[in-house]
Design a binder for this molecule. Structure first.
Ligand code: AQP
Length: 320
């Protein structure tokens, strides 16, 4: 099964992005990309996007994702090309029902790309023939759309795409904001948000943030998401970093201070080697370019035949 996953460079990557995504991107046959085209659906700053794209790609390489598996979406033009073909097979009605558009769109100055980006996401998936797309609950609707588009395309223009199955990921760790532990930790939060741990922040800043994490007033270390979201989040982080079970780990603590100290140690034991490798790679921009070119070439080679097949099926002249 081909693994495929993207990270949108909508902010500096967080501990949540590492534990929930980067650290799981281990399939040497997979395709892992910086989804920079998806970062342009709302007003954006071109220089910041370029910086975040490079930082995200370098972090993916530093995290040990197999070389050749990492690429930048805009370097592989098949994504945008197939997205246009899929826009030509999608309906205004179904795109209007997408949650992001309903929440953020519908105004005269809404970018058209916020309306059509589900077609780009369908292209990301369909280009590589991914059969099972593991997603968190917030992405179900996108995979459903990719399925609908693939079924319709195959019916109208001939069998071209593998219809992906919606594959509910096993309960994925959802790292919460340290200052607001009922909300997810998001990379697009303000750069100075105290509850967001950034992978490239100095270790002393990260330690301070963890020591100041919001808990509660009863000082009992217990895994109970509803009653104790802050403590539960710390236990989840500790478990994700050390490979333990959060409820079991709770039994070893009688004070929040001890728990926080161990969480800080465990997080830094994961982040410091990552930062070291990032710094090493960053000294050689040419080598990073080379690795990304390798990923680009492999993604192009893997996706081009399906794009060509879709073009032929739709009757576009001049394609091989
Ligand atoms: N808090 C989190 N805990 C665990 N996993 C997380 N991921 C994100 N936040 C957490 C995983 O990281 C990947 C990034 O996917 P994305 O860039 O498409 O956007 P997202 O899921 O919306 O991530 P963010 O960081 O919250 O970005 P913004 O702020 O732009 O919305 C996914 O695999 C996601 O599960």
């Amino acid at each position: 099964m081909t693994s495929l996953s993207g990270i949108t460079p909508s902010g500096r990557l967080t501990l949540g992005n590492y534990l929930g995504a980067l650290s799981r991107f281990t399939d040497p046959d997979g395709f892992f990309f910086v989804a920079n085209l998806h970062a342009m659906t709302t007003k954006h700053d071109p220089r910041r996007l370029a910086t975040l794209t490079r930082e995200c790609a370098t972090l993916m390489l530093a995290a040990g994702i197999p070389p050749g598996a990492v690429f930048v979406q805009s370097d592989v033009p098949t994504h945008a090309q197939l997205a246009y073909l899929l826009e030509c097979t999608s309906y205004v009605g179904e795109l209007s029902r997408m949650i992001q558009y309903k929440e953020k769109g519908g105004r005269p100055m809404t970018r058209a790309s916020l309306f059509t980006y589900p077609c780009l996401m369908a292209a990301d998936i369909l280009l590589y023939g991914a059969q099972r797309v593991p997603v968190g609950g917030d992405q179900d609707q996108h995979v459903e759309l990719a399925r609908d588009v693939a079924v319709r395309f195959n019916r109208e223009y001939g069998d071209t795409f593998v219809v992906p199955e919606l594959h509910k990921a096993a309960l994925a760790t959802r790292i919460k904001d340290l200052a607001n532990p009922t909300a997810k930790m998001n990379k697009s939060d303000a750069d100075d948000a105290v509850g967001t741990i950034r992978l490239l922040d100095p270790p002393d800043v990260i330690r301070r943030q963890i020591m100041r994490a919001v808990t509660d007033s009863d000082n009992e270390v217990r895994h109970d998401e509803a009653a104790k979201p802050g403590v539960t989040n710390l236990l989840e982080i500790l478990a994700a970093c050390t490979g333990g079970d959060p409820a079991q780990l709770a039994l070893g603590y009688s004070s929040y201070g001890d728990l926080k100290r161990d969480v800080a140690d465990a997080v830094l034991a994961v982040i410091e080697p990552l930062q070291k490798e990032y710094a090493r790679l960053a000294t050689d921009p040419g080598a990073i370019d080379g690795l990304l070119a390798q990923g680009r070439d492999r993604a192009l080679a893997a996706s081009e035949p399906r794009l060509q097949a879709a073009m032929r099926a739709m009757g576009l002249a001049g394609c091989a």
